[in-house]
Ligand binder design. Structure first.
Ligand SMILES: Nc1nc2c(c(=O)[nH]1)N[C@H]1C(S)=C(S)[C@@H](COP(=O)(O)O)O[C@H]1N2
Ligand SMILES: [Mo]
Length: 400
């Protein structure tokens, strides 16, 4: 007999069409749990995972337009985990962040990356073909702006009001910066390595430079990347060349990179105004599906999918809470795809009450560091914000 349907009937949970479909597949199906078929994201009707209008830039998918000029587009969270190079974000959904309204167009035929500076023995330039002829390295890494979640804080924090999609993850291919520095011959008095990207549309601040202490740039994982998930970089993500510093916040990852200087003095940094170190990425986790605002039937198990990442120590566990952090339940982690790549996690939850319900997620890394509920105290320490207890990475659902 159909014991399963009998059980569903007994607990009195409404059985929708999806549930019947699931139940029918149960006998061979791995996704059933306990007495009821678990609803997956595919069976729910989910709103877009961004509060912003969905607009497509040329070559990109529909993304959340946080700002049009300069172009700032967030990844709708349901697209964070892509399908083409799992678990990496598909190139057309990798978030886009620019400070310059007019993105520098660097035609591939005439492109040259110049490497020099007063603390380099030899100055030289390489074309795209010459970069390709050098040894290639591929590293998966999360790219995240440190504005991630900023727009969800109350009271608001100054800056681009990103919701949850100011982060993505890709597999990057390119040449080791360390190899190029070796070719250039770093002098003993070298202090900083500086990177020039796009141009600013301003008479007084014509260039986009980022500058870092030389020690932080000798790491063999630092890439001069030309490919993202095996394809050329999308225009909006730095074509033809960008810096990628795995395990650090992405503001350091200069796009449209065309010049590297090894310097004995700090770069004047006239645009950004202060030297910036490639700071280690925070310990983070978030729910990818269902998206916020999804209607979920009461009493029915639902599968949550999410991602978790840190600066490279590795994720040991992700826990979720349905009571605002009083109690936590473990989730199931998928295998690691590399130390800088996010870990996908899954959990089944059942909501016992109707109304607006929240689920929090919290990651623990291999150094036993636990994600604070306010996930970026370091980043926001200088802001005037007082902690309101706002938990940026809660998933919020309408249980009906
Ligand atoms: N040329 C240039 N590079 C840049 C930026 C920029 O404004 N111009 N923004 C930085 C910031 S703040 C971030 S978060 C990342 C975003 O990379 P993405 O647009 O590929 O997601 O690029 C960095 N590199
Ligand atoms: Mo950023």
């Amino acid at each position: 007999m159909d014991r399963r349907k009998f059980l569903i009937g007994t607990v009195g949970v409404p059985v929708g069409l999806a549930a019947v479909g699931r139940a029918a597949g149960l006998y061979g199906g791995p996704s059933a749990s306990g007495t009821e078929a678990t609803l997956t994201a595919a069976e729910l009707s989910m709103p877009a995972g961004t509060p912003y209008p969905l607009v497509a830039l040329p070559g990109k998918g529909l993304m959340g337009q946080v700002y049009d000029r300069p172009p700032n587009y967030e990844t709708p969270v349901e697209h964070l985990i892509g399908t083409k190079n799992y678990p990496y974000t598909d190139n057309e959904y990798f978030y886009v962040r620019f400070r310059e309204a007019n993105v520098l167009v660097l035609p591939p035929e005439s492109y040259r990356l110049k490497i020099g500076g007063d603390a380099a023995e030899n100055e030289f330039s390489v074309s795209l073909d010459q970069l390709d002829e050098r040894e290639q390295v591929t590293i998966g890494a999360v790219g995240s702006c440190n504005g991630e979640g900023r727009g969800l804080h109350r009271p608001m924090i100054p800056g681009m009001p990103w919701a949850k999609g100011d982060v993505s993850c890709a597999e990057w291919t390119g040449v080791r910066l360390a190899d190029l520095l070796h070719e250039a011959g770093v002098k003993d008095n070298a202090l900083h390595v500086s990177f020039a990207g796009g141009q600013m549309i301003s008479m007084t601040k014509p260039e986009y430079w980022r500058s870092y202490p030389i020690e932080s740039m000798r790491d063999p994982d630092v890439l001069i990347a030309t490919r993202m998930n095996g394809e050329q970089l999308p225009f909006w993500n730095g074509y033809p060349v960008r810096l990628v510093v795995p395990g650090t916040w992405a503001p350091t990852w200069t796009k449209q990179l065309h010049e590297i200087q090894v310097r004995s003095t700090p770069h004047p940094m006239e645009w950004s105004g202060r030297p910036v170190t490639a700071n280690k990425l925070g310990l983070m986790s978030l729910i990818v599906t269902p998206t916020d605002g999804t209607k979920i039937p009461v009493g029915r198990p639902v599968e949550l999918t999410g991602v978790a990442y840190d600066s490279g120590a590795g994720i040991k566990a992700v826990d979720i809470s349905q009571d605002d952090g009083k109690t936590w339940q473990p989730t199931a982690l998928e295998r690691s795809y590399g130390k800088y790549t996010w870990r996908v996690w899954r959990a089944n939850v059942t909501f016992g009450q109707t109304g607006t319900q929240r689920v929090l997620s919290r990651a623990t890394n291999n150094k036993d560091k636990v994600q604070p509920l306010d996930p970026m105290p370091d980043v926001y320490a200088q802001s005037a914000r007082k902690d309101t207890g706002a938990r940026v990475f809660a998933g919020v659902y309408e249980v009906v």
